[in-house]
Design a protein around this ligand. Structure first.
Ligand code: AHG
Ligand code: MN
Ligand code: MN
Length: 321
């Protein structure tokens, strides 16, 4: 009998967390169904308004946000939610003492939706410290996370999670996520570098030098090929399995980087470190960063230890913004 996500989490971390991650998984099954039939149900394309990120919301961003918010929000153990698609945190005033706060990017990579390329869902779970409110709990450093999870909707739909005792992957099989692999390890070094090279001219020249060094082999001794999907979860998942490095540097348009700390960089940095990889903002460890507000952005350098430390060393020498 295959091991389900709920069984795996319950066995290692107890029923409380298992119920939260199972609610996320059940919501992901609904999101996957919405994605699969999107072309027929006229839900591709933009929803016609901008979110707090200043980005055109896709109809499926809104649908995925509604599915996840409803599924997680009805748990009596959840005190509040932070979503990429909601301007402000959702605080459940009726349950101020609930133990968990859940933060999520309901649909990552939505610019790829209309061209049938992998997209994902990213989730971070924080435990509310005694005496704090839900918003304070949401703004803890990534190192305090109780769990991190992402779903990769692709040729197969995979769910990967960590709760501090290794990284484990599950495959969606007839509406249930079943265990595929335990204790995933990111290779110490890998064959690919991954970034939007179209932005390089706008970034600190140290990034151009680092990428040139990855490409020609002078940075780590090994040459690297380029891979860039444009959906963070897809670029990260490949990096987790094959090794290498993903970068989203500061640009003129996004001087603090494009990716959001709380529900993109932080959860996947937790996964990366648990698998033996590393993640910095170019210099500081991502999991040490303290966010001032829910939608703060950060530069991101994430992947295999060899590449992340070599690139971060090179960037350390360059002046900060
Ligand atoms: P989201 O769809 O949640 O806004 O995330 C999109 C992000 C991330 O998935 C990806 O790595 C990045 O945007 C790609 O940005 P560029 O198109 O600027 O390369
Ligand atoms: Mn995203
Ligand atoms: Mn998103």
């Amino acid at each position: 009998m295959p091991t389900t996500l709920f069984q795996h989490v319950q066995h290692r971390h107890g029923s409380g967390l298992a119920e939260v991650l199972q609610a996320v998984a059940a919501a992901a099954v609904q999101v996957e169904q919405a994605l699969r039939t999107a072309g027929l149900a006229d839900v591709l394309g933009t929803a016609g308004y901008e979110n707090i990120q200043g980005e055109q919301q896709q109809k499926l961003d809104v649908i995925a946000n509604e599915i996840l918010s409803a599924a997680i929000g009805k748990l009596p153990t959840v005190a509040g939610l932070v979503s990429e698609e909601d301007d402000a945190p959702v605080v459940f005033a009726a349950r101020p003492d609930a133990p968990y706060v859940v933060l999520f990017d309901p649909l990552d990579g939505s610019s790829n939706l209309d061209v049938n390329v992998n997209v994902g869902t990213i989730v971070s779970v924080q435990t509310r410290p005694a005496g704090t409110d839900a918003v304070t709990a949401a703004l803890q450093a990534g190192s305090q996370q109780t769990a991190a999870l992402y779903v990769n909707y692709g040729p197969s739909t995979l769910l990967v999670y960590t709760a501090g005792r290794g990284v484990h992957s599950f495959t969606l099989s007839s509406s249930e996520f079943v265990l595929a692999a335990e204790d995933l390890r990111m290779p110490a070094s890998g064959p690919y570098y991954s970034l939007n090279e179209g932005n390089l001219a706008e970034s600190d020249p140290a990034y151009t030098s680092a990428v040139a060094g990855l490409r020609d082999g002078s940075l780590t001794g090994d040459r690297h090929g380029s891979r860039y999907v444009g959906s963070f979860i897809a670029d990260f998942h490949r990096t987790l399995l094959k090794g290498g490095i993903f970068l989203y540097p500061p640009t003129k348009k996004n001087p603090h980087g494009k990716l959001r700390l709380l529900y993109e960089a932080s959860p996947l940095s937790f996964v990366a470190e648990q698998a033996g990889g590393a993640a910095t903002d170019g210099q500081e460890r991502i999991l040490d960063l303290l966010p001032a507000e829910p939608h703060v952005r950060t530069p991101l350098v994430i992947g295999s230890r060899v590449e992340v430390s070599a690139v971060s060393d090179m960037l350390a020498g360059s002046p900060r913004e």
